[in-house]
Every structure is written in structure tokens, then in C-alpha cells.
Design a protein around this ligand. Structure first.
Ligand code: NDP
Length: 309
């Protein structure tokens, strides 16, 4: 097995890296906030590097999982950067939900040093990462993917080659745009139904047995909205970023996408209103505020609204 470094011990990076903390991979970790890396090392026995350069020294595979592609690009250069030590023949696997243009730029920079690059964003959330059951969507050279597949298989059960560099990023962005769309639309519909006298739990029972269902209606609303739990697993700031990438993609390839543009705008507003630390499901709070109705707070109205008659 290759020797592996993992950089970026955030909400999803940490459970992913846990699956790599086995002696055969000789895992080294680096995190911008060193205390998180120290806590991870104390828990797993992994080694902590003080800089990206130290993490990359002698590694065959380096995995990054940061908020945006530019953060990854920012780790490459300088005396502490990955390129100071990452050997030719190594592979940088970027599990950030990134953007294709920056990924292509990173790939070119690495190629000039004989280092391969794969964009490999993941889906399945923190729960999927904890179970080692993520989907990994990979852009880049197919043979390079086969070289690192045994490593990715430690945290991914579905590892899909999507095409050239940037195609994993593109697919991930569209997937999350659909999440944003379903989350927002379901919130609007449930707020309206509750105002019209249909309890949200009753509405969800029907929707989840019908054609309007989605991951949002089946899991997020029952587990996080009706319970008012709103655990922080995936920041709204990151969903905002993903939907903006999807809208950019549509513009770049010339596909008119008024619905995705609208979703991107709504999530941008929600992100601005709720701040950097809010979870993505909390976007529902903005819909509730506009509607004057808490979803699951039950109907303020005893009966359905009367029509003109
Ligand atoms: P978090 O915000 O929880 O963690 C971000 C990590 O990146 C932290 O380790 C942080 O370090 C580090 N970081 C932030 N900025 C920089 C920088 N400029 N340079 C170096 N390190 C930096 O994010 P997540 O773990 O939730 O997400 C990571 C990626 O995975 C994102 O692209 C996200 O969209 C994607 N993703 C997340 C999912 C989830 O459910 N959370 C699901 C699927 C994909 P520090 O500790 O110092 O803050």
C-alpha cells in the first residue's frame, strides 16, 4: 500500500482520515489549526506534520479536503508548500468539493513536476464518512485512479470515474445544487401546507410515499427540522459555494439555468443572513421567517384558506 498524507481535518475530513489511520498506510496528517491534528493523532496514532511540506515528504498519495479549490492551490507553493517535498510519481487526490477551472490549473502545475492530480469530491455526508460508505466522484486519468483506488476504498464504497480533471467537481456541484433546490422548495411547500392547516409530519408522510420525495423530505426534514435539532454537519457556506459553482458551470457551457441561478441566489442570501457556522439545513429558517411559519410548529390556522367563493 502507498504511504498516505491527509490534509484538512474538518467535519468530513476527520471521519474520512480515521479510515486511513492504519499501519499499512503510515498515515501523516496536517491541519491548519494544529490542535485538531494533535487531537486526531492522540485518538488514532497517526503522525502529525507541522507543515504541508513535512506531510508530503516521501508520500505516494496526498489527500486534501478543504473548503474550496483555491485553499488547496494555496498549499502548493513556498518552502512549507506541498511542492517543496512531494516526489515525482506521487498523486494528489483532492476530495474538496471544488471548481473545475482551479482543479485544472492545479493539475497543470503538478504535471510540470511529474505529479498526478485527481479531483475526487465525495457525497454521503458525515454519516457516510463515519461508515466508510461515501461515493467518490473522480476526475482525471483513469489509470491513476486505479493506482489509488485501494486507498479511496477505505472510505468510499462507490468510486466512480467521471471523465477528465474537473468532471468530479462538476458532478458534485450539480448534485448539491439539486440538494439546495429540494431543501428550499420542500421548506416553502411545507410552510404553505402548515399555514393551510396540514401538519408538516402528515404532509411528509404523504410526500415521502409519493413523487415529491427527496433526501431532504425523507431524511433532513424528519430528523433535523421537525425535531429542531439542526446538527452542524455541513455548513451552509459550503452549500452556497457548491450551488454557485453549479450555476457558473451552466453559464460556462451555455445552458440556461434560471432555476439553479435562483437557488444559488437564495442560498447566498441565507448564508449572508445566518453566517459562516450555520448548518445547510438551517436555510429552512430563512424560509420560515419569510413565511411567518415554523415548520412542525403546527398550523396557526384552524382550516384551509377559503377561495374567492
Ligand atoms: P469544514 O469547514 O468543517 O473544515 C474545513 C477544513 O479545511 C478544516 O480542517 C480547516 O482547518 C481547513 N481549512 C479551511 N481553510 C483553509 C485554508 N485556507 N488552508 C488550509 N486549510 C484550510 O469543512 P468540511 O470538512 O465540512 O468540508 C470540506 C470539503 O468537503 C468542502 O469542500 C465541502 O463542501 C466538502 N463536503 C463536505 C461534506 C459534509 O457533510 N461536511 C459532505 C461532502 C462534501 P481549520 O481546522 O484550521 O479550520
Amino acid at each position: 500500500m502507498p504511504r498516505v498524507a491527509f490534509l484538512g481535518l474538518g467535519a468530513i475530513g476527520t471521519p474520512m482520515a480515521r479510515h486511513l489511520a492504519h499501519p499499512d498506510l503510515d498515515l501523516v496528517v496536517w491541519n491548519r489549526t494544529a490542535s485538531r491534528a494533535a487531537a486526531f493523532a492522540a485518538e488514532t496514532g497517526a503522525r502529525v506534520a507541522a507543515t504541508p511540506a513535512e506531510a508530503a515528504r516521501g508520500r505516494e498519495v496526498v489527500i486534501t479536503c478543504l473548503p474550496v479549490s483555491r485553499d488547496v492551490e494555496g498549499l502548493l507553493e513556498g518552502p512549507d508548500g506541498l511542492l517543496a517535498t512531494l516526489p515525482a510519481g506521487a498523486v494528489l487526490v483532492d476530495c474538496t468539493s471544488g471548481d473545475a477551472a482551479t482543479s485544472r490549473r492545479i493539475a497543470e502545475r503538478l504535471a510540470s513536476r511529474g505529479i498526478a492530480f485527481l479531483d475526487a469530491p465525495v457525497s454521503g455526508g458525515v454519516a457516510g464518512a463515519e461508515k466508510g460508505a461515501l461515493t467518490v466522484m473522480v476526475g482525471g486519468d483513469a489509470d491513476t485512479l486505479e493506482r489509488v483506488r485501494p486507498v479511496l476504498a477505505r472510505f468510499g464504497t462507490r468510486i466512480v470515474h467521471c471523465g477528465g480533471v474537473g468532471t468530479g467537481d462538476a458532478l458534485k456541484a450539480v448534485n448539491n445544487a439539486l440538494l439546495g433546490l429540494a431543501l428550499w422548495g420542500t421548506a416553502e411547500g411545507l410552510a404553505a401546507l402548515e399555514k393551510a392547516g396540514v401538519r408538516a409530519d402528515v404532509a411528509l408522510e404523504v410526500i415521502n410515499a409519493s413523487s415529491g420525495r427527496s433526501n431532504a423530505s425523507m431524511n433532513l426534514f424528519p430528523e433535523r427540522v421537525l425535531t429542531r435539532a439542526f446538527p452542524r454537519t455541513f455548513r451552509l457556506a459550503l452549500l452556497d459555494k457548491d450551488v454557485a459553482i453549479a450555476a457558473d458551470l451552466c453559464r460556462e457551457v451555455g445552458v440556461p439555468a434560471p432555476l439553479l441561478e435562483l437557488t444559488a441566489g437564495l442560498l447566498r442570501e441565507a448564508h449572508a443572513a445566518l453566517g459562516e457556522e450555520a448548518d445547510h439545513v438551517e436555510a429552512v429558517r430563512v424560509v420560515e421567517q419569510r413565511a411567518g411559519q415554523v415548520i412542525g410548529g403546527h398550523a396557526p390556522q384552524a382550516s384551509a384558506p377559503r377561495g374567492a367563493a
